[in-house]
Design a protein around this ligand. Structure first.
Ligand code: TYM
Length: 328
């Protein structure tokens, strides 16, 4: 069985973009692959976090993974900082990462732009991400479109390491969903939907109430044509809503276009809101049952143990290849 690894940052409540671009595919893949899904809290602290909010978000993300349909009997679900091998391998990979290539990462450029004090961890973020993936001999990494560049770098680092030291790492493949890989902001459909958006109307949180979801979709930016048609370049707002509708219902974009032919955006937006609500409400119900349960801790403890076991073996090989420590 091939191995999958993916991670999500606990840096706020997840958005519909995180769900459609990542979580939804995780659920589909869990039957066919040996899956490791991680709450990457060490990545989250590359930008300032409130201590209590971070703790809360870590638990909340664990509950959201499960509420979305992740089955802890099939996958290994764990918290990154509870498996210390991640930072240890990250350090080794930093020693073969070049400052120039790290500075070229668009996420680094976006997050550091205009800031006076940028942490060095923000720069070395991709080396930690590479460590996450390479520790588990990962074959496939399911992610949204925005992680493409980080995955390319992971592959380069793995090849560089294998070439320079010893052939240890599996070179991972990226897996991006055909539709929904880049859900855009509802207020500015040329920007991706992001949980760090200062305008809350730009994103739908997975825990938004149905009324809020409806309100946000109704005020989504479209155009004045009144034609429900997919045309990313000229109609980015409508195209984004069509994508959301299609991924939430499984209906093809063409059939949605047909359904709303001759009708205005009002009907179409209502249909989109209903589609999103139908997906999110059952997840929210399960989330509320799980969030304060002890079951969550048992699952995360078990996940950390299992992840540590595999990660420990890879780290040992990597240290030996590099020449760290003693031979024993
Ligand atoms: P993060 O936490 O920003 O996002 C988690 C996942 O959600 C996807 N995503 C989206 N997909 C579609 N439309 C959007 N608007 C949208 N916004 C986010 C992301 O592509 C991602 O798949 N660096 C990663 C976390 C990470 C990781 C890893 C991922 C750390 N280590 C190892 C894979 C493997 C990140 O910041 O994701």
């Amino acid at each position: 069985m091939q191995t999958i690894f993916s991670g999500i940052q606990p840096s706020g409540t997840l958005t519909l973009g995180n769900y459609l671009g990542a979580l939804q595919q995780f659920v589909e893949l869990q039957d066919e692959y040996d899956c490791y899904f991680c709450i990457v809290d060490e990545h989250a602290i590359t930008v300032p976090q409130d201590r209590l909010a971070l703790r809360k978000n870590i638990k909340s993300l664990a509950a959201l993974y499960l509420a979305s349909g992740i089955d802890p009997n099939k996958v290994t679900l764990f918290i990154q900082s509870e498996v210390t091998e991640h930072v240890q391998l990250a350090w080794i990979l930093q020693s073969i990462s070049y400052v120039g290539e790290l500075e070229r990462m668009t996420q680094y450029k976006d997050k550091s732009q205009g800031k006076e004090a940028v942490s060095s961890a923000l720069l070395t973020y991709p080396s930690l991400m590479a460590a996450d993936i390479l520790l588990y001999n990962t074959n496939v990494v399911p992610v949204g479109d925005d992680q493409k560049q980080h995955l390319e770098l992971t592959r380069n680092l793995a090849q560089r390491f294998n070439h320079r030291f010893n052939d240890i790492f599996t070179i991972p493949e990226i897996r991006i969903p055909k539709v929904g890989a880049r859900i855009m902001s509802l207020q500015d459909p040329t920007k991706k939907m992001s949980k760090s958006d200062t305008n809350q109307k730009g994103y739908i949180s997975m825990l938004d109430e149905p009324k809020q979801i409806e309100k946000k979709i109704k005020s989504a930016v479209t155009d004045s044509e009144g034609i429900v048609q997919f045309d990313k370049e000229n109609k980015p707002g409508v195209s984004n809503l069509l994508t959301i509708y299609s991924v939430c219902t499984g209906e093809s974009i063409e059939s949605i276009e047909e359904k709303y032919a001759g009708k205005g955006y009002g009907d179409f937006k209502q249909g989109t809101a209903d589609a999103v609500i139908n997906v999110l409400v059952p997840i929210q119900e399960k989330y509320n049952e799980l969030i304060d349960s002890e079951e969550l801790d048992v699952i995360l403890d078990k996940g950390a143990d299992k992840a540590s076991f595999t990660a420990g073996k890879t780290l040992k090989k990597a240290k030996k290849a590099v020449g760290l420590g003693r031979v024993r």
